[in-house]
Design a protein. Structure first.
Length: 350
């Protein structure tokens, strides 16, 4: 019996090859191939972060809330017709009244206090005080938004000082390392061993309460967290290839720090700065609540809460309204800050 493998001659192979050449492979349906092709437009790190941030509904809600609060802080003191310093003892402790909401029974904006006394009718008050007045007859609507403006300003300036001092200190410590890093970190440990609240209280008591004093008091220890984050980033990045290549090409230490390494640490810096703002606002409110805030007639949310606390049992709106605005302000900052943190963290991206 002849083996089939032996009957397959060179002539048969040549004939098969020539047949395949005459019928080359063809794509059955090119459209299907292109439909299955997976690709996306090239995006930068910042574009990816923005897309991630937009997909976070809580962060967008916080951002919208911040924008509305900032707008009200800017235009609120201008629309009521009263200044935050203006006093009218004849209109003292007048409850809130908003004409468009006076017929809605469950909303406390009808101008009637808890005892059923209508101050607007009895005293023939022609002006509607939307948030009521305080014990000196000052318009709370104007003072609340003026206080929001002050609190936001304090938070932003304190956060800016934390960023400047923290970045500079942490960058130098992390980049040079060795005995420089050891010495600088021991200094931080000494400062951090003293509770920051005690430092702020002593600073305000010694120099006197004022907005400038409060900002400087919070900046004494507020920069420590930022410096540690920046130091950690520099310790991780200073041995990267692009840094070594720049150093080989003759780049100076300051150029390496501020031009090559620092731009790659902006993500953690922005996230930390976002959380520094509500922290500064809270500490300002706390200092004002214990009587170490900005002196009268200056208004901040902390001082308004402290003033309203004295009238809590008689006119609770004087404390509840600024407390609600303060809570919303801090909540919006934290919601937006959480979204920014997730956007800049590759592990949190979808």
């Amino acid at each position: 019996m002849v083996n089939e493998r032996e009957t397959y001659t060179h002539a048969d192979l040549d004939q098969e090859l020539s047949t395949n050449r005459s019928q080359p492979f063809r794509l059955a349906n090119r459209d299907e191939i292109f439909e299955e092709k997976i690709e996306r437009k090239s995006r930068t790190f910042w574009q990816d972060a923005w897309l991630q941030l937009k997909s976070n509904k809580a962060a967008i809600l916080g951002l919208i809330g911040l924008i509305l609060l900032v707008l009200m802080a800017l235009i609120g003191p201008l629309v009521s017709g009263h200044t935050f310093r203006e006093q009218n003892l004849e209109h003292a402790n007048v409850p809130p009244k908003i004409g468009a909401l006076k017929d809605i029974s469950f909303l406390p904006f009808d101008g009637v206090d808890k005892n059923g006394y209508d101050a607007y009718k009895e005293q023939n008050i022609k002006t509607n005080y939307w948030f009521g007045t305080d014990s000196l007859g000052r318009d709370l609507f104007t003072r609340v938004w003026k206080g929001t403006q002050t609190s936001i300003l304090i938070g932003l300036i304190a956060a800016l000082l934390d960023v400047i001092f923290g970045i500079t200190y942490g960058a130098i410590s992390g980049f040079f390392g060795g005995w420089v890093d050891t010495l600088m970190q021991r200094i931080i440990e000494v400062i951090a061993s003293i509770p920051n609240l005690i430092v702020m209280i002593l600073f305000v008591v010694f120099f006197g309460p004022s907005i400038t004093t409060i900002i400087l008091a919070m900046s004494l220890t507020g920069w420590i967290g930022m410096s540690r984050i920046v130091r950690g980033q520099f310790l991780k990045l200073k041995s990267q290839e692009y840094v070594m290549a720049s150093k080989t090409l003759g780049a100076t230490n300051w150029s390496l720090i501020f031009k090559h390494i620092l731009p790659n640490t902006l993500g953690p810096i922005i996230v930390t700065a976002m959380f520094s703002v509500p922290s500064a606002i809270f500490f300002e409110a706390f200092l004002s609540f214990i009587g170490l805030g900005a002196p009268a007639p200056a208004a901040s949310l902390g001082t308004l809460v402290n003033d309203g606390r004295k009238m809590l049992l008689i006119n609770p709106y004087q404390m509840f309204i600024p407390s609600a605005v303060l809570s919303l302000l801090i909540l919006c900052f934290y919601l937006f800050g959480d979204g920014v943190r997730d956007a800049f963290d590759p592990k949190m991206r979808k």
